[in-house]
Design a protein around this ligand. Structure first.
Ligand code: PLP
Length: 229
């Protein structure tokens, strides 16, 4: 199947997941993860109606940005502090804020450029060593601290599901992120805006939608298998 057919199928599956769950969001953004894909493939997905694309490596993304500056670009991978300067003013949303030094660097560069930078805070719910993100007990204090960085705009939370085939282990992780989202939203910190819950990838996006995701990050189900991660 081609990219356009894949997208149509995923959109139907998202709708089906929405209709079978009381927790589902009304609007779910299908974010196409275009890492390792070339500009032609991105154009094909754009022709099929997608406007939001996610990349995980700043270096790789920069060339694509040059070719397609009109895209809503999302940075979804772990972000090194020394790469922040390359993306300020060019991203719709950074999904992977995971440390105070990173927030401080985004603040500094955003202030210099006189822009605000929208971010999600990444939470490592499954506490897998291989994943970045804050641990659950660290989240509230971290969000309090974000008051010090007025150009860093927290818009919600992101997580990566556990890398397991047993969906019974995936659902509680997504349910926990929804619980944290609602808990933090209820604190009503004036410097945070609770808009986005980013969770779910190719193999688990329908579970994520059932558990309340309103951004799903889908790569291989749109573009086909990747040669590397
Ligand atoms: C690669 C990646 C995805 C998409 O993975 P697929 O399995 O190809 O859908 C989603 N989120 C993050 C953070 C990724 O790095």
């Amino acid at each position: 199947m081609g990219i356009a057919e894949n997208i149509k199928m995923i959109q139907q599956e998202i709708k089906a997941a929405q209709s079978r769950s009381p927790h589902a969001a009304d609007d779910v953004l299908l974010l196409a993860v275009s890492k390792t894909r070339d500009v032609e493939m991105i154009r094909e997905a754009m022709a099929a109606g997608l406007q939001d694309f996610g990349e995980n490596k700043v270096q790789e993304w920069m060339g694509k940005y040059e070719a397609l500056p009109q895209v809503n670009w999302h940075l979804i991978g772990h972000l090194q502090t020394n790469k922040v300067k390359y993306l300020i003013g060019k991203t719709k949303l950074i999904h992977s804020l995971d440390s105070v030094p990173l927030a401080a660097e985004i603040e500094k560069r955003s202030l210099q450029a006189q822009v605000e930078t929208d971010v999600l805070v990444q939470v490592n719910i499954a506490e897998e060593d291989s994943k970045s993100g804050l641990l659950v007990p660290e989240l509230s204090a971290f969000l309090d601290k974000m008051a010090d960085f007025p150009h860093v705009k927290v818009k919600g939370l992101m997580t990566i599901g556990p890398n397991v085939t047993d969906t019974g282990q995936i659902r509680p992780v997504f349910a926990e992120l929804r619980r944290l989202f609602l808990q933090e939203k209820a604190r009503a910190l004036p410097h945070c805006q609770w808009l986005y819950l980013s969770m779910g990838m190719s193999y688990d996006y329908s579970i994520a939608v059932e558990e309340g995701a309103n951004i799903v990050r889908v790569g291989s189900s749109i573009f086909g298998p990747r040669l590397y991660l």
